[in-house]
Design a protein around this ligand. Sequence first.
Ligand code: ISL
Length: 557
Amino acid sequence: MSHDDRKTPPDALRPWWKDAVVYQIYPRSFMDSNGDGVGDIPGITARLDYLKDLGVDVVWLSPHFDSPNADNGYDVRDYRKVMAQFGTMADFDTMLAGMKQRGMRLIIDLVVNHTSDEHAWFVESRKSRDNPFRDYYIWRDGREGGPPNNYSAFFGGPAWTLDAATGQYYLHYFAAKQPDLNWENPEVRAEVYDLMRFWLDKGVSGFRMDVIPFIAKQPGLPDLTPAQRRAPQFVYASGPRLHDHLREMRREVLAHYDTLTVGEAFGVTPDAARDLIDSRRGELDLVINFDIVRMDIDGWRKTSWTLPQLKALYSQLDTAAGPYGWNTQFLSNHDNPRSVSHFGDDDPAWVERSAKVLNTLILTQRGTPFLYQGEELGMTNYPFQALDDFDDLEVAGRWRDLAGRVPEAEYLANVRAMGRDNARTPMQWTAGPQGGFTTGAPWLAVNPNAATINAEDQAARPDSVLNHCRALIAWRRGSADLRDGTYEDLDPDHEQVFAYRRGAGLVVVLNFGRETVRYALPAALGVEGVAFGAAEVEGQMVTLAGWTSVILAVRAA
Ligand code: ISL
């Protein structure tokens, strides 16, 4: 495909979110304004100038709804109420107004594959088999004294729980406190569309949709095969009615607003994602793929990855998006380890350089960049010492399944590397007590390296990760090649260098190692000079010190 074949439609038809930089906030860990140790909405409002200064266009807010916090808000008890620990609806309105005053948009987290078991719908549904809300959820009779089928839950145990009151099992892909909604019930769909309108009418600009492919169940709920049991998400995400539901959602709600929809595509392959994001199909705008962030995890075990494997995934995802799709570009979120610990080098001597390289990758790939809170600082994984240090129900739930079959030390080593709590430790604002996150006792321990990795220190240092990120976000805004240019990997097999062309006029070269590299660019590309960053350039030869990157201006020779 030539460099110009895949340019998107003229600007007039170009949706705003293609040029946006998105920043994800996990509210529990972002900023605590009242000293209770939990982040809150006034805390976010107090940091809006920080976000504006960084240059982000859109904030994705992880769930802020009323919740018992079995899964830190991904178990919603009331979709129209703000979680008390986070503040009030007036606080939400103030935060949203503050974002808009700064030219920023807000998308919120739509968690509608399941609710909390404390949601009024489920409280009613479980009362009796003929309760009007019974079919809001998925109830089945047991089989041979056990669950209706062999589905497993992601947080341990079977995906079915027996409710003694009515003698039936209910389905939950996640925790027993997160019963799955029955999307085959038109009343459920109407309820979801109504709550979507509630928040859109308040002025939010769209939704990140939690495990949205899971809403369509497999007809008859047949058993998983042994192979399917190893990765049930691919079965859970391929129910035949998914596209019908998404198109109805678009017709009923989204088509009437100017929105961004980002589906969390857990269990969706790159080719299957194409249909979800094809702009002609009217389903989703973007998806959050798992191919890169889970390239080195098998179930709960951390495996390994190589740079050529990473590069192959970038090319596969870019090709799969096709001319009518658009990708998200990210390396972490609240469910994954810190990117600099996962894909970079978090040794104190290298962490800043490495974080800048990874942020350069995120911000120069073809697609919409999604930065996760703290990534702009190079925040790292946390030094967990014991399973009791973790808050995440996924860690405890998997251990219930594995205890006695796997040595605790082996399980701990894996969750230390890949556990979700790595990304959930509080934002590191200062070198002061609790990293400046709270004046109280934080709900999850602050990383001790806040003493050296924090926003206050980095704001004052021109060469910091924060200032590099800020400068590149600004520079990117003025570059048509970065915002819309095609993507071409120039050297898929190189073990240490990631070099790719963007559009006609730019080449990005990243050194994914500590050793200085001298890298020769293809003779067909005439190097005109350094466009962003710093490197020694002699003709076609670029010299990059360990963990550095450069953006070069080129022309077809
Ligand atoms: O990858 C996972 C399965 O082991 C989990 O990290 C994660 O549950 C999965 O990616 C789906 O994530 C979303 O749904 C979950 C919630 O815990 C996650 O925080 C959310 O991002 C259930 O709502």
